[in-house]
Design a protein around this ligand. Structure first.
Ligand code: 13P
Length: 341
């Protein structure tokens, strides 16, 4: 595996592959486990994540990298092998979430600022020693037009933090995934999502440029341009693809090697169909792939339900979603392939 930032970034968006986001914080994984009636213990978290990483065929063919949480990058598999080594054996690259979460932005009710810059240089050096070759930092931008959210200050502060994070990553030999997530939780329409995402991406690339970040050694992890869940409208894959691609052509430099979408609360098939529609729209300047958490893991979590006898079924469910999304990166997914499985 190359140590050059450009080559690591290129490998993260290799043809037909995408990223498994398995970096749920302690609070988030507890929520996911609550939903399947599993206690969130270190052992259960290990067993669950190990079953994903040991889905060898899917990992080798469809997954370029895995985003880990601090606990997982230090954890061993049941047989004592470090989980990082289990991942590397499949050919995938270990990555690490390094932000400390989104906190309320002082004096701006409804806005958040992502924390975690203090001490980050030392943490990155340790994560590099532990095997991480890329990192993730998620800024959260909510939309509530009536409440004037997001404010320009929230967008500027978050993009500035993303740029400082990205520069520290590159100094440490780690590829930064920059994630300015415009949430799809609100009641806004698709054009409002377009405008807010445009403001965020415009500011983001100005900040990255100012921070001297090498764009060839970064990956963008954005939301798709899509109507808010509470709008009561579901955007069609064609509309999502058209508006998302138009926006990226306006805002994302071609020096960026790849764009790996978050799923953001879309259903499994919706996330796959939308990615597929973008890749079916023809050649783009960047690779367009997935960095899904929920849209890759909801099915295996349900199938596993905390029971050892369900491991094979959970691996089959994960492998299926990985394969469907791999096809979507090539524009070769079709709804009937879901039924066939
Ligand atoms: P979702 O795909 O569930 O949105 O998670 C991806 C992620 O890593 C968000 O930071």
């Amino acid at each position: 595996m190359s140590e050059r930032l450009e080559e690591i970034a290129a490998a993260m968006v290799a043809e037909g592959k995408g990223i498994l986001a398995a970096d749920e914080s302690s609070g988030t994984i507890k929520k996911r486990f609550d939903a399947i009636n599993v206690e969130s213990t270190a052992e259960n978290r290990r067993d669950y994540r190990e079953l994903l990483f040991r889905s060898t065929e899917a990992m080798s063919n469809c997954i370029s990298g895995v985003i880990l949480y601090d606990e997982t990058i230090r954890q061993n598999a049941a047989d004592g092998t470090p989980l990082v080594e289990v991942i590397k054996a499949t050919g995938a690259i270990p990555g690490i979430k390094v932000d400390a979460g989104a906190k309320p932005l002082a004096l701006y009710p409804g806005d958040t600022i992502t924390e975690g810059l203090d001490g980050l240089r030392d943490r990155l050096a340790e994560y590099h020693r532990l095997g991480a070759r890329f990192a993730k930092w998620r800024a959260v931008i909510d939309i509530d037009i009536a409440a004037r959210v997001p404010s320009a200050v929230a967008i500027a502060s978050n993009c500035h933090a993303l740029a400082r994070y990205a520069a520290l990553c590159q100094e440490a030999g780690i590829v930064p995934i920059v994630e300015p997530e415009v949430l799809m939780d609100g009641g806004h329409d698709i054009d409002t999502c377009y405008e807010v995402t445009k403001a965020a991406l415009t500011k983001l690339y100005a900040e990255l440029f100012g921070a001297r970040v090498l764009l060839e050694g970064t990956i963008l992890k954005p939301n798709m341009v899509i109507a808010g869940k509470k709008s009561g409208r579901q955007s069609s894959p064609e509309e999502v693809a058209e508006k998302t691609l138009k926006l990226f052509r306006e805002t994302v430099p071609v020096a960026v090697p790849g764009i790996a979408f978050l799923s953001g609360g879309q259903s499994d098939e919706e996330a796959t169909a939308n990615l597929n529609a973008m890749n079916a729209a023809g050649q783009q300047p960047w690779r367009l792939t997935f960095s899904y958490g929920r849209a890759l893991q909801a099915a295996p979590q349900k199938a596993w339900a905390g029971m050892a006898e369900n491991v094979a079924a959970a691996q089959a469910a994960f492998s299926h979603r990985a394969r469907m999304n791999s096809l979507a990166t090539l524009g070769q997914w079709r709804p009937d392939l879901e039924q066939a499985a």
